[in-house]
Design a protein around this ligand. Structure first.
Ligand SMILES: Nc1ncnc2c1ncn2[C@@H]1O[C@H](COP(=O)(O)OP(=O)(O)OP(=O)(O)O)[C@@H](O)[C@H]1O
Length: 360
């Protein structure tokens, strides 16, 4: 089927600065793609190239199979929501939401019914006559989403739509976006965020970006549990990357690795070339910490303890003979029975963690 969105070798330069290295990426109709990456990784630039706000230096942008690279933003038929709400301050809520329909010369009756419909969709039906300044941040962002949806776009672009809101409100808004998503099964969503929680909650697939490049793209579950790239493992789920030595393959999906004098079974996430430097990706909550080393544990030193309310974050340094000290983070429910900071401890790592090939 023709993809709803297609980037074909799209790159963007601002003078000497490369803001987007050639990007090849497709989004299927009805799919939610999260574009995830740290600040300055090129996420917004990719979205702006798609929306028509910046012109690619090379490559083509296609919507529904049609090349729109040379079309201005308003002729691309996209809905766009940005971080800063960008509502028109002099227009009431209904005026803001009607704006796109009026500029498309929609009949008055259609404008009225559609405005009421989308405001209800985002739970803002009772606020139609307010001005943006009379609304909270979360309410303004709901209106911005309603405004973007009013023209029934096939593709809705959201650029960090929740980042101006406080943490509790962001979680409520994610739940609302999921509900809205279910009401619009055919609409394609491209959601730019630096927040992995939002990406995992909302997206079908994630495109991970770093340094103006696409690192890898794939279904959320695959990227979270079996990332191919070291950066994905550390950024998505804050995996520890523990250097290990591969000592044998037990089939295509299992290899045995050695960490000190411990042998562990691990799951490879891609082809392992001879001599590849590999790391075991271990989430902090899967790292076990005990008082003394021995008994199947890896020797380590406790370097820091932080109480986080629901549990503790422990910073550790693996002290394996023949290996440089390696920092590891653990999340544990209790520190009862553990020695103080600076003391030796034993770290246990479960079988079945993904093995990430690290390029030398
Ligand atoms: N108008 C511009 N002129 C020059 N450089 C730019 C411009 N816009 C972006 N860049 C640069 O391009 C790179 C990618 O920026 P971009 O805004 O796409 O990143 P981002 O991942 O969206 O970051 P953030 O989450 O901070 O918005 C950055 O190095 C940025 O400084």
């Amino acid at each position: 089927m023709t993809p709803a969105v297609e980037f074909r070798g799209v790159s963007v330069h601002f003078g000497q600065t490369c803001a987007l290295s050639p990007l090849d990426l497709t989004v299927a109709r009805g799919e939610t793609l999260a574009v995830l990456g740290p600040s300055g990784s090129g996420k917004s630039t990719a979205l702006k190239a798609l929306a028509g706000f910046v012109r690619p230096s090379a490559g083509r942008v296609l919507l529904g199979g049609e090349d729109v690279t040379d079309l201005p933003p308003h002729r691309r038929g996209l809905g766009v929501v940005v971080q800063s709400y960008a509502l028109f301050p002099h227009l009431r809520v209904d005026g803001n939401v009607a704006f796109g329909l009026k500029s498309r010369k929609a009949p008055r009756a259609e404008v009225t019914s559609r405005v009421a419909e989308v405001l209800d969709m985002v739970g803002m039906g009772a606020y139609a006559k307010r001005y943006p300044r009379e609304l909270s941040g979360g309410q303004q962002q709901r209106v911005a989403i309603a405004r973007a949806l009013a023209i029934r776009p096939e593709v809705l672009l959201l650029d960090e739509p929740l980042s101006a809101l406080d943490a509790a409100l962001r979680e409520d808004m994610v739940a609302e976006l999921l509900r809205l998503r279910a009401e619009l099964p055919d609409t394609t969503l491209v959601y730019v965020t630096h927040d992995q929680g939002e990406a995992l909650a909302l997206a079908d697939r994630i495109a991970v970006m770093r340094d103006s490049r696409l690192v890898e793209a794939g279904p959320c579950e695959r990227l979270y549990h079996r990332p191919s790239e070291e950066f994905t493992a550390s950024f998505l789920g804050a995996s520890n990357l523990i250097p290990v030595e591969v000592i044998g393959a037990d089939g295509p999906k299992r290899v045995t690795v050695r960490l000190g004098d411990r042998e562990l079974s691990a799951e490879p996430t891609g082809a392992l070339a001879d001599g590849a430097k590999v790391a075991l990706g271990v989430r902090p909550h899967r790292v076990g910490v005990r008082a003394a080393s021995g008994g199947g544990t890896v020797p380590a030193r406790l370097t820091g303890v932080q109480w986080r309310g629901s549990g503790f974050r422990l910073d550790l340094e693996l002290t394996v003979d023949g290996m440089p000290p390696s920092a590891v983070r653990a999340e544990v429910p209790t520190v009862d029975g553990l020695p103080g900071v600076g003391e030796p401890v034993g770290v246990s790592i479960p079988d079945g963690c993904p093995l990430v090939a690290v390029r030398a």
